[in-house]
Design a protein around this ligand. Structure first.
Ligand code: HEC
Ligand code: HEC
Ligand code: HEC
Ligand code: HEC
Ligand code: HEC
Length: 216
């Protein structure tokens, strides 16, 4: 996977600008670092094992993390890699999943969010051809067609989960979703559709277990 340094430099600059934008939007513009990590970003020790790649030597602009022997989770319409975006390049989870902090349901980013970077970043090979998966992304954008990502985490229709309450209480995404920043392809690190899991945590932390807070 050879890429031209010029493109990487351009991409990294753009990324820096994008991340600074996020920092300002989150009210942290006074901190001078380009990408202040939100406190829930990387709280857990690195995960090892099937389905995870290692970030030990991954640096922005360097080689991509080596894929694990076996991928887990459903195949997606585009091979979009969290281990590159959220891991190697440390793009904050909320850059793409911003609704997780302000709404009941977390969102999947739109094609235009992707294209904010991929109009420029093409991870081209030495012959100048864009990475084939990025070419697919650009085709979706050209057609104005949304990407039909396969849903992974879902709870029963009769129960309701307010993402923003949990995220704003400081719970790490990884606590419920595992080390997504090390997943080349997302899989469910645990089954979130279990009432006992919800109510156990609520009991330990003294949060309401009134039936109607989750069932209504
Ligand atoms: C550059 C955008 C981007 C960033 C940054 C990003 N994600 Fe994602 N995420 C996606 C896209 C696109 C999907 C849908 C495709 C897939 O599952 O890989 C997704 C899917 C997911 C899913 C599965 C959704 C489902 O169907 O249940 C979880 C969980 C998730 N991301 C968590 C995270 C976490 C945690 C981080 C930070 C460590 C993060 N994401 C960073 C774009 C992003
Ligand atoms: C903030 C900037 C940014 C955003 C937003 C972004 N990317 Fe990327 N993307 C990158 C960078 C940086 C690389 C690595 C380029 C390199 O190493 O040459 C990359 C690489 C890729 C690649 C090739 C590696 C891989 O993951 O398979 C694909 C495909 C890709 N991005 C798809 C997407 C999709 C789909 C979205 C939207 C869900 C998205 N990107 C959003 C910056 C971004
Ligand atoms: C306390 C556990 C918990 C935490 C913390 C948490 N999530 Fe979730 N997440 C869930 C559950 C449960 C679902 C399924 C919700 C549903 O079906 O309504 C889910 C679903 C998702 C989805 C799929 C949404 C969709 O419509 O496809 C994404 C994306 C996601 N979470 C991202 C994140 C991100 C990013 C963070 C951190 C900012 C985060 N989550 C924090 C439990 C959690
Ligand atoms: C890891 C711990 C943890 C898990 C797992 C968890 N929660 Fe929570 N939940 C919390 C915390 C902490 C709060 C309180 C947030 C606050 O103070 O606003 C909360 C608050 C809530 C609230 C709002 C309660 C209110 O006072 O109005 C609902 C509803 C809820 N959770 C549903 C769920 C559901 C449904 C699940 C399982 C799919 C779940 N939670 C899993 C920790 C957890
Ligand atoms: C913190 C959130 C939460 C609270 C509080 C809660 N539930 Fe649930 N409940 C869920 C979730 C999520 C599911 C779906 C996952 C499952 O079936 O385990 C569920 C499933 C159920 C089911 C269906 C089980 C099945 O096998 O299909 C019943 C019945 C139920 N809850 C009754 C109750 C009753 C009665 C209370 C009050 C004593 C209650 N729940 C309190 C989150 C909650």
């Amino acid at each position: 996977m050879k890429r031209t340094t010029a493109l990487i430099a351009g991409g990294t600059l753009l990324l820096g600008a994008a991340l600074a934008g996020v920092a300002i939007a989150r009210g942290q513009g006074d901190q001078q670092t380009a990408a202040p990590a939100p406190r829930w970003s990387y709280p857990l020790p690195p995960a090892r094992g099937t389905g995870y790649s290692s970030l030990d030597t991954a640096q922005p602009g360097g080689p991509w993390p080596v894929l694990p022997g076996r991928l887990r989770g459903p195949e997606q319409p585009i091979f979009y890699r969290h281990d590159i975006h959220a891991g190697q390049y440390r793009i904050p989870c909320l850059y793409c999943h911003n609704n997780a902090a302000n709404s009941w349901t977390a969102n999947i980013p739109t094609v235009s969010t992707c294209m904010g970077c991929h109009l420029v970043i093409s991870a081209a090979d030495t012959a100048g051809n864009p990475n084939p998966e990025i070419a697919k992304l650009r085709d979706f954008a050209a057609r104005g067609e949304p990407i039909r990502w396969v849903r992974i985490n879902k709870i029963a229709e009769h129960a309701h989960f307010p993402h923003m309450r949990h995220v704003n209480a400081g719970l790490a995404c990884q606590l419920c979703h595992g080390n997504v920043q090390q997943m080349p392809r997302v899989f469910a690190a645990q089954n979130v559709n279990q009432m006992g899991w919800c109510t156990n945590c609520h009991m330990r932390r003294g949060i309401t277990r009134d039936c109607t807070t989750c069932h209504f």
